[in-house]
Write a protein that binds this ligand. Structure first.
Ligand SMILES: [Mg+2]
Length: 218
């Protein structure tokens, strides 16, 4: 566990969030939104293919007919371009909007997304467009330090949802009382996504919403 006392987290009050209710931190890509599908659609417009053959990103991008994946730096350039101009076009994950609306009745919701900084406006627009109008923080790197700085501001129960074990482990390490849940939205990706006994893996949003509600109740 790496302590990061220097981490700068906004005040919940400044984000418009109350400390009088439980706090739920939720990821976007592959949790609220179908990122691999959206990025894959963008890549197709660039004449490329997203082949979901492993739990990876840049290693799954190919030129049609080729067996060696695209150069990682080239894939990263497409990734940045997707976030700066196209990330508002992706589809919400099935069931995510309804579950979030329900959760919002009993909890404060904060969207914690690892995305390039210049995606902020489009990502916030995407959330608004789909009725998930909750405060958004863009982070880079493991989410534990910023999550614990946010969670430390509320006396209530907290929960965190992400598709990546690295983020789930980081939050569990930095904030042990927080309930952590893994959700992998993309049907094709699910069988490749590693799971862990540390975090319940719930790929159905209706079921996940109920599990979060149970975890933050009381
Ligand atoms: Mg994600």
């Amino acid at each position: 566990m790496t302590e990061r006392p220097d981490i700068a987290a906004p005040r919940l009050a400044d984000l418009g969030l109350s400390t009088a209710r439980p706090l739920v931190l939720i990821d976007v890509d592959e949790v609220l939104g179908l990122f691999m599908q959206g990025f894959g659609d963008y890549l197709a417009e660039q004449g490329l293919e997203m082949r979901i053959e492993r739990f990876a990103l840049f290693q799954n991008i190919y030129r049609p007919g080729e067996t060696q994946h695209l150069d990682i730096a080239e894939g990263k350039a497409h990734f940045d371009a997707f976030f700066s101009g196209h990330c508002h076009l992706m589809e919400p994950a099935p069931g995510a909007i309804a579950a979030l609306n329900r959760l919002g009745k009993s909890a404060e919701i904060l969207i914690l997304s690892n995305a390039p900084a210049d995606a902020e406006q489009l990502r916030a627009e995407w959330l608004r467009m789909h009725g998930m109008d909750h405060p958004l923080i863009l982070n880079s790197g493991p989410k534990g330090p910023i999550a614990s700085a946010l969670i430390g501001q509320t006396p209530h129960k907290t929960a965190f949802v992400d598709d990546l074990l690295s983020n789930l482990d980081s939050v569990a390490d930095h904030s042990p009382p927080t309930a952590t849940f893994q959700h992998v939205a993309d049907l094709r990706l699910r069988r490749y996504a590693p799971a862990s006994d540390r975090h319940p893996r719930i790929d159905d949003w209706a079921e996940l919403g109920e599990a979060i509600e149970a975890a933050i109740r009381g």
